[in-house]
Design a protein around this ligand. Structure first.
Ligand code: FES
Length: 82
């Protein structure tokens, strides 16, 4: 089955939805949606950009691309330190 070319990504708690091309980094997808995800190393080490993907668990947005599904629900952490 061919991979989906676009994915609907919903960011919570802001409740903003954006359509992303398959393969786009979650961090870039969020930026296009006007959502700011804190970053640090931008290479998957510091976990400053950690978000939770429904049904998948926590991931680092800087190294995680959207792919393989038609919809994705992403919950941002509410960590006042970052
Ligand atoms: S910014 Fe450090 S893991 Fe993503």
């Amino acid at each position: 089955m061919p991979e989906k070319t676009t994915i609907q990504v919903r960011f919570l708690p802001e409740d903003v939805t954006v359509i992303c091309p398959s393969g786009e980094l979650l961090l870039d997808c969020a930026a296009r949606a006007g959502i700011r995800i804190p970053t640090g190393c931008q290479m998957g080490s510091c976990h400053a950009c950690e978000v939770e993907i429904e049904g998948r668990g926590p991931v680092c947005a800087c190294i995680t691309s959207v792919r393989g599904v038609t919809e994705m629900i992403v919950t941002l952490a509410n960590d006042p330190i970052w």
